[in-house]
Design a protein around this ligand. Sequence first.
Ligand code: DGL
Length: 288
Amino acid sequence: MTGRLGVFDSGFGGLTVLADLMAAMPQTDFLYLGDNARYPYGTRGFDTVLEFTTEAVDYLFRRGCPVVLLACNTASAKALRTIQQQFLPARWPDRRVLGVVRPSVEALAELPPGAIPGVTVPGNATGNVAILATPGTVASRSFVMELEKLAPGINVVQQACPMWVPLVENGELDGPGCRYFVRKYLEPVLNGPLEISRMLLACTHYPLLLDRISEITPPDVQILTQGKIVAERMVDWLTRHPDFAARLSSGGGSWFLTTDDTARFNELATMFMTTPVVSEHVHLPRLC
Ligand code: DGL
């Protein structure tokens, strides 16, 4: 039996990854789940993010997804490892969950996709990189620790941007209020002691603010988003795991689930995806 490739985020942010997945894998069917009713994840504690993410993954598995991508850095940083090491073996041993932190770090380290089956030849990348992320991702230090392993030549600064997710979830992508908060978090990075050459938008919501971020970022600072990186590495993963590739249904369709109001989801998701989105409301059962 085949199923759709599950894509999960706390809200709308994962759509920025889904768009690139759809472009890279046009034959694949996708099932997107946004936990809009319980966003933001980025300001919540470890246990809460783990609980919410596990419920979402379990739900997508029950809807038949053989593989789920956590298109959310906060969930990837705080929940992925426990889900892979404890939840899957206990409850869903024949399914897989992947995240977005590791592929992004591989790209920052300038390692080609698939170069590291398990362990690690460090990349040669050097320079000063800024990681812009939610407070939860920053506190987890996941990017810092992975970069230390894969790219020891890179210096990292982290910047938490707590207001950016609420701006995106409310469709506030322009105007003086939005510009104020974009500047508020970027200025310390751009005017800090380290001269930054690359900046990773390490929250999947942030590409929706890319125009505002680009406005005040000097042109010699490269801004990296995760969609294409993650899509490229998902294609590579499926090539190396043909048993899972064969379990994905093909037809090139995308379906959308939200834990909040569907009319609002449809309106904003249609704006972000630029094609009409019709969603289904779902309730994620508590797991004991
Ligand atoms: N989009 C999510 C991420 O990549 C987090 C958004 C939130 O705070 O809920 O981290």
